[in-house]
Design a protein around this ligand. Structure first.
Ligand SMILES: [Zn+2]
Length: 291
């Protein structure tokens, strides 16, 4: 909406986190049938190139993403290849199925969380709250969730999403982090301050995941933090596999998405919904649009 995401240009029907019901199928479709409830991978590749065969359709030269550079889900009907839909059990609502966040699952998994790991998550928005749960599922030893918005930390604390909560002084470059050597830091905030903080606060040989999409370039990033601390830094435009895993986690209740959906809007009030998300309305974590 702000034009910060490369390749996304209005006018565009929005909606890239999608769930729905199969209305009709093509004659060669055999994975799903009419009436099936499904979640949808919004990243559509050609299905034939090497990248697609490696589940990396996000980099397919002939691919597109629904709601980003092709009309998305805020409409009555959507046509997608059968390989992009995944059946959901009755125990998962459409709302939950729309916010499964495969990217978070694959990004966090990539960090190779170990049982002894101390993990710091920057940003207690919906992504950070999901990342926190997944980090625990993956067996982290200790999880700290951090945000400057007290309201979000309170909600996270109420939901018991982490072991510790911290109101992060992201802009305080003088803070000494040597006493809390984090093994892994997940930057789910995507600001200049959060990224610099992540590189500073992680221990030598630690791992940093950069999840948040930056709205602008960082002017003065100290790359020597990576070089001289021998860090591993991960990006976040992840492979598209693992949908069955995350469906299972949500179905079993291990991943609580229900509590994160705080606001619901009929599609007719779509503009109001986007405003609420953009303005971070009081208590809003995840909003869903209902058709
Ligand atoms: Zn392809």
């Amino acid at each position: 909406m702000k034009g910060a995401l490369p390749g996304a240009y209005p006018p565009m029907v929005l909606g890239h986190e999608i769930a729905g019901q199969i209305a009709t199928v093509g004659k060669n479709v055999n994975r799903v049938q009419v009436g099936d409830r499904v979640t949808v991978d919004s990243v559509v590749g050609c299905g034939k190139c090497e990248l697609c065969k490696q589940s990396r359709s996000q980099f397919c030269p002939n691919g597109y993403e629904l709601g980003i550079n092709r009309d998305g889900a805020c409409q009555d009907y959507l046509i997608v290849p059968e390989r992009n839909v995944y059946r959901i059990p009755d125990s998962i609502s459409f709302e939950e199925a729309a916010v499964l966040d495969i990217e978070v699952w694959n990004s966090v998994r990539k960090c190779g969380i170990q049982p002894k790991d101390r993990v710091l998550i920057l940003g207690a928005g919906p992504i950070g709250m999901i990342a926190s749960q997944l980090t625990r599922i993956l067996g982290a030893g200790h999880i700290t969730l951090s945000d400057s918005i007290q309201d979000r930390l309170r909600i996270a604390r109420d939901l018991k999403l982490a072991d510790a909560y911290e109101s992060a002084p992201l802009n305080d470059a003088s803070t000494d982090y040597s006493s809390v050597p984090y093994d892994v830091i997940l930057d789910c905030a995507g600001t200049s301050a959060s990224t610099q903080y992540a590189l500073r606060a992680v221990r030598p040989c630690g791992r940093v995941l950069l999840y948040g999409v930056h709205e602008e370039a960082i002017d003065s990033l100290d790359i020597n933090q990576i070089v001289l601390k021998d860090l591993v830094v991960y990006g976040a435009l992840c492979d598209r596999n693992g949908w069955e895993d995350v469906v299972e986690l949500a179905a079993s209740g291990a991943l609580d998405l229900k509590s994160l959906i705080t606001h619901r809007f009929p599609i007719e009030n779509g503009a109001q919904a986007y405003d609420a998300v953009r303005n971070r309305s009081q208590g809003l974590i995840k909003a869903v649009l209902l058709l």
